[in-house]
Design a protein around this ligand. Structure first.
Ligand SMILES: [Mg+2]
Length: 355
């Protein structure tokens, strides 16, 4: 799957500093952007540095950069400002997690939930089937669509409460789910944690599920990670009784919603450790944004950023979507790529060796 496009690419040289550290190839005539192939493993990638272009292999990843000069300029600006000005904003589903898991479509943090009450699982599914087409309808004005999304999220949350969702059901749902992080996510989080660079994970899903996925799949916590998502309130028996704060849905998941974010480690045993408060996060005006939908670019709305580098993961429908992704994102990784290229990028952003 990941090598589907390799046969139509050919290797070309580059003068871009970002791209000098990546192997890159050109697209066939009906594609306008250049594509770079990078080895899948971070260690392999580091070993390739300075070697310029190398041949594709089975572990390689295709990368598209629409404007290499602009990207280099942004990298230079962020490097000069230093790690203290940088924050990372990431979507969760199909961005931090893989699109394919063992040959099957990976589940989303919302989609994996089994309430322990089939009647309510069916009711939530029916809501999805009604509202999901409306979410992507090109004819519904944004104000009306926003109301529909609030309605959908409100009804879904109501069903979770009415159906008596328990935290135990969340734990079981995650344990039996088809969800996995991209290779390199732990390295990315560790690298950023060491440099006190915050990672805001924006999701219109459920913070408690995302935290449980982090706990079960990564087996550790990171003090620099914040989940900006819908947070549940459980009673002493572990039964859901309400939701905290304003509903975050697909059309308002951005830094305006940051004030309702709670530290990741509330549930992970780091309750007493200090974290950046929301005000200090907003002073970090350089952004690395990671998403898998063009709409994810809106996650930095509400932040008056100076320089933003956007990375898009184009996981599927590549031929039909590549052009729009290439125009929207600074860097596009194709075919459900690992996170290792982003690890390399942040190491460049945090290096202080000048240009
Ligand atoms: Mg996503």
């Amino acid at each position: 799957m990941s090598n589907r496009f390799h046969s139509i690419f050919k290797t070309i040289p580059t003068s871009s500093s970002f791209l000098r550290n990546h192997c890159f190839i050109s697209l066939p005539p009906h594609f306008t952007p250049r594509v770079w192939i990078c080895s899948g493993g971070f260690r392999d990638r580091m070993e390739m540095e300075g070697n310029g272009v190398s041949e594709a292999s089975s572990s390689e990843v295709a990368v598209v950069v629409g404007d290499g000069e602009l990207l280099d300029k942004k990298i230079s600006l962020i490097r000069k400002a230093g790690p203290v000005k940088l924050q990372v904003i990431a979507d969760f589903d199909a961005t931090l997690t893989r699109y394919w898991v063992n040959g099957c479509r990976g589940q989303s943090s919302h989609g994996l939930l089994r309430q322990g009450n089939p009647e309510y699982d069916i009711k939530r599914r029916e809501l999805y089937e009604y509202y999901h087409p409306l979410e992507f309808s090109p004819t519904i004005p944004i104000e009306e669509k926003t109301k529909l999304m609030e309605e959908w999220w409100g009804k879904t949350h109501g069903l979770l409460i009415e159906g008596g969702l328990t935290y135990e059901a969340i734990e079981h749902s995650v344990a039996t789910s088809t969800i996995a992080f991209r290779e390199g996510v732990v390295e990315l989080f560790e690298f950023l944690e060491k440099r006190d660079i915050p990672i805001l994970i924006f999701s219109a899903g459920l913070a408690d599920i995302i935290e449980e996925v982090l706990r079960q799949k990564l087996h550790r916590s990171f003090k620099n990670v914040k989940i900006v998502s819908n947070r549940m309130v459980f009673d002493e028996k572990g039964v859901l009784v309400s939701f905290k704060g304003k509903t975050i849905h697909s059309l308002n998941k951005n830094e305006h919603a940051l004030d309702m974010a709670a530290p990741l480690h509330d549930r992970l045993g780091y309750r007493d450790q200090p974290t950046d408060d929301n005000a200090s996060v907003k002073l970090r005006t350089n952004v690395l944004l990671l998403g898998d939908h063009i709409g994810d670019l809106g996650m930095s709305d509400g932040l008056n950023y100076e320089t933003r580098i956007s990375v898009g993961f184009l996981n599927d429908n590549i031929e039909s979507s590549l052009d729009s992704y290439r125009k929207a994102f600074d860097i596009v990784y194709l075919n459900d790529a690992p996170m290792s290229g982003v690890v390399k990028l942040v190491s460049e952003l945090c290096s202080n060796g000048g240009d």
